[in-house]
Design a protein around this ligand. Structure first.
Ligand code: HAM
Length: 420
């Protein structure tokens, strides 16, 4: 019987994992400079955690959640995103009693039952951050600045920072009404998805990607004309902060986001390199979510980067190599097991990545293996040399070779000796 991985779920092999590790470590390094600290929440949560936060009428909850009953009949879900779990953990553990802001980052797998395509998977990975306790737009301005620093550190250019405000519970209802009015005599012209959204979540129609829907939406009322003073002020302060931080951006009034918890600021970082799935990162403010979850009134904001898309964009720029062993320890002769292990352990202990044969092989086959692994150095443990505590060494790239004590060879490998 032949097994394949599930549709939309990928294996990530060592030839790619090194890129993941590098991007993750750069993100961690930069996020920690901004005082975000790692939080790890479970992959499984009570399904309600997502239904109540992301919103019952969103695509994620309506169509894309992996939900099942556990052995006791409780509704459990694989997390489709990271924010809801962090908010649940924040409230459950009363982290609001700690000095604010509380700033977290997370890295992990998320699951959405979407139609797989380029840049869209059913298991994908996000690196995200969440910040709790501050209502000033300095928070989201700093987040965009942090993203800019991260992308620059990886040599990624040509990203668009698109921002918008989707108002708050005071001003958004007026906008929804205006949209409904605008759409009422045109709704039959929209795609099936939009027709469904019209009754339940009309704002979502705004970011429909179907060309004929986009055409009808050309003259749709703009949210920016409906913002209350508080939201207007928030947006203009946000833009001012972005200018101070030198983050070029555009206002895209069509960004509404596919999750219901946002208030005021929303943003997406997009690139032309990714085709239709063009958002590499996205986020915004969610000032009402903690309270809606039963916590105290707590302003909050965050974003998540899609790792697969991040990798795709970085791949062409990054000049880093997959990790491989530097040294191969071979043997010439029989009964040298103990000595070979000693030498291997010595080099590994000195942080030199070392490989060695696991079965009996001729020296010629061992050297062939070393060559295949493209190691830079080979050390040969031989009967004659052992008696004098000496070993043969060879640089596989330059062909130079010699005999030395283990300490001398270590120096040569480390480049602390003239020999190359
Ligand atoms: P989101 O826009 O749903 O937001 O996802 C954030 C990013 O995850 C997207 O911009 C995209 O790069 C990536 N992504 C989403 N779905 C997929 C998929 N099926 N395959 C590959 N990549 C995908 C959120 O998840 C929010 N929790 C972000 C946030 C954090 N807002 C506040 N805090």
């Amino acid at each position: 019987m032949k097994y394949n991985s599930l549709r939309g779920m990928q294996d990530i092999f060592p030839s790619n994992v090194f890129l993941w590790q590098y991007l993750e470590s750069e993100a961690k390094r930069i996020f920690e400079l901004f005082n975000f600290q790692e939080i790890r929440t479970p992959i499984l949560e009570n399904a309600e955690v997502f239904l109540r936060s992301i919103g019952e009428d969103t695509d994620i909850v309506e169509k894309e959640m992996y939900i099942f009953d556990d052995k006791k009949g409780r509704k459990i879900a694989l997390r489709p995103e990271g924010t809801a779990g962090v908010v649940r953990a924040y409230i459950q553990n009363q982290l609001f009693n700690n000095p604010s802001p509380q700033k977290f980052y997370y890295i992990g797998a998320m699951f959405r039952y979407e139609r797989p395509q380029k840049g869209r998977f059913r298991q994908f990975h996000q690196i995200g951050v969440e910040s709790f306790g501050v209502s000033s737009p300095s928070v989201e301005a700093e987040m965009l600045y942090m993203l800019k620093i991260l992308f620059e550190s990886l040599g990624i250019k040509n990203l668009n920072f698109e921002i918008n405000s989707i108002g708050c519970k005071d001003c958004r209802p007026n906008y929804k009404e205006a949209i409904n009015k605008f759409l009422s005599d045109k709704i039959s012209l929209f795609c099936n998805d939009c027709q469904r959204r019209y009754n339940r979540n009309p704002l979502r129609i705004l970011d429909c990607k179907v060309p004929s829907c986009k055409e009808i939406l050309k003259n749709v009322p703009q949210i920016l004309d409906f913002l209350c003073n508080n939201c207007k002020e928030h947006l203009s302060k946000f833009q001012k902060e972005l200018e101070i931080l030198n983050v070029s951006h555009i206002i895209n009034p069509r960004i509404v986001r596919g999750l219901d918890y946002y208030t005021k600021t929303v943003f997406e970082i997009t690139t032309k390199m990714l085709g239709t799935q063009n958002a590499i990162a996205a986020g915004g403010r969610y000032d009402e979510l903690v309270k809606a979850f039963g916590g105290p009134d707590t302003p909050a904001a965050g974003f998540a980067i899609g790792m697969e898309r991040f990798i795709e964009v970085c791949k062409t720029n990054l000049k880093i190599e997959p990790k491989k062993p530097i040294l191969y320890v071979a043997y010439a002769g029989k009964g040298l097991d103990r000595e070979v292990k000693k030498v291997v352990n010595f080099f590994r202990d000195k942080k030199i990545a070392t490989e060695t044969p696991y079965e009996e092989l001729s020296l010629k086959s061992q050297l062939k293996k070393a060559d295949r692994l493209s190691v830079e150095w080979v050390v040969i443990v031989g009967e004659d040399e052992i008696k004098k505590s000496l070993y043969r060494w060879k640089n596989m790239k330059t062909g130079s070779q010699g005999v030395g004590t283990i300490e001398e060879i270590l120096k040569i490998i480390r480049g602390e000796n003239d020999i190359k």
